[in-house]
Design a protein around this ligand. Structure first.
Ligand code: SF4
Length: 214
C-alpha cells in the first residue's frame, strides 16, 4: 500500500484496524478520479523574518502572535509563505458525490486531503534541496489554525501571495478557503541544520527538539 493510500485510510479513522475491501476499492477509485480532475498548484514567496518580542513574529509586514509558531521558527532568518490547491474541479466532483453517493464523497474528501499533502511533501523536498545549496535549512510546514497560530492570518497570507490572481485561491467568509481543498502555510528558513522529516514534527522522533511545534 503506498503512502497516500495509507494516509487516506488514516484520515477515514481506521487507525490500526484493517480496512475492508469495499472501502479500499472506493479509495483507489477516488485516487483515479482525482488524478484525472485535480489541478494541483502551489505558489510561494520568501520574506524576511524577525522576532521583535517574545512570542511575536514579523514576516515582512505581517505581524503574528503565536507561541507555537515562534518556537518552530526560532533562529530562522526568512520564511516561505505558501498556498496550495487541488482546484475548482475537485470541489465540483466532491459536491456532485455529496448529492448522489455520500459514502463516496466521504472517501473522496479523505483522498483529496492525502493528494494535497503528498503534492506539498514532494514540492517541499525539492525546495529543501534547492535551499540547502544556498545554505538554508527548512523547518516543517505550519498552517494557520494549527496550535495558537490564528486562522485569521490566512487572508493576509493569500494577499501577500497574490494567490487569487496567480492560482485562483481566495477566501470566503469564516476564513474558509476557496477552492476548499487548499491550504496555506509558513515554512521557516534557518542556518541551523535541523533534520526535519517530510512528515513534520508529528512523525519525528526528536523529542528534545527545541523547535518542535505544538
Ligand atoms: S521535532 Fe523534528 S520535525 Fe519538528 S522541528 Fe524538530 S527536527 Fe524538525
Amino acid at each position: 500500500m503506498n503512502t497516500r493510500t495509507k494516509e487516506a485510510i488514516r484520515y477515514l479513522g481506521y487507525g490500526s484496524r484493517a480496512v475492508d475491501d469495499k472501502t479500499l476499492a472506493l479509495v483507489l477509485e477516488s485516487f483515479d478520479e482525482l488524478d484525472r480532475v485535480a489541478e494541483k498548484r502551489i505558489i510561494y514567496r520568501i520574506f524576511p523574518l524577525t522576532a521583535p518580542e517574545t512570542d511575536w513574529l514579523r514576516i515582512d509586514n505581517l505581524k503574528i502572535h503565536s507561541r507555537n509558531l515562534s518556537r518552530n521558527l526560532r533562529g530562522c532568518e526568512k520564511a516561505v509563505l505558501l498556498g496550495a490547491t487541488l482546484g475548482i474541479q475537485t470541489d465540483r466532483l466532491l459536491k456532485r458525490y455529496s448529492y448522489t453517493d455520500m459514502a463516496r464523497a466521504v472517501v473522496l474528501q479523505a483522498c483529496a486531503a492525502a493528494v494535497l499533502e503528498e503534492n506539498l511533501d514532494r514540492w517541499q523536498t525539492a525546495l529543501k534541496e534547492q535551499m540547502k545549496e544556498e545554505g538554508y535549512y527548512l523547518r516543517p510546514r505550519f498552517s494557520p489554525g494549527y496550535g495558537d497560530f490564528s486562522i485569521e492570518h490566512q487572508g493576509e497570507i493569500l494577499r501577500m501571495l497574490d494567490s487569487a490572481k496567480r492560482i485562483g485561491l481566495s477566501m470566503t467568509g469564516g476564513n474558509m478557503l476557496a477552492p476548499t481543498k487548499s491550504v496555506t502555510a509558513v515554512i521557516g528558513m534557518g542556518r541551523n541544520d535541523v533534520p526535519c522529516p517530510a512528515g513534520g514534527c508529528e512523525c519525528c522522533g526528536k523529542d528534545d527538539c527545541l523547535y518542535r511545534r505544538g
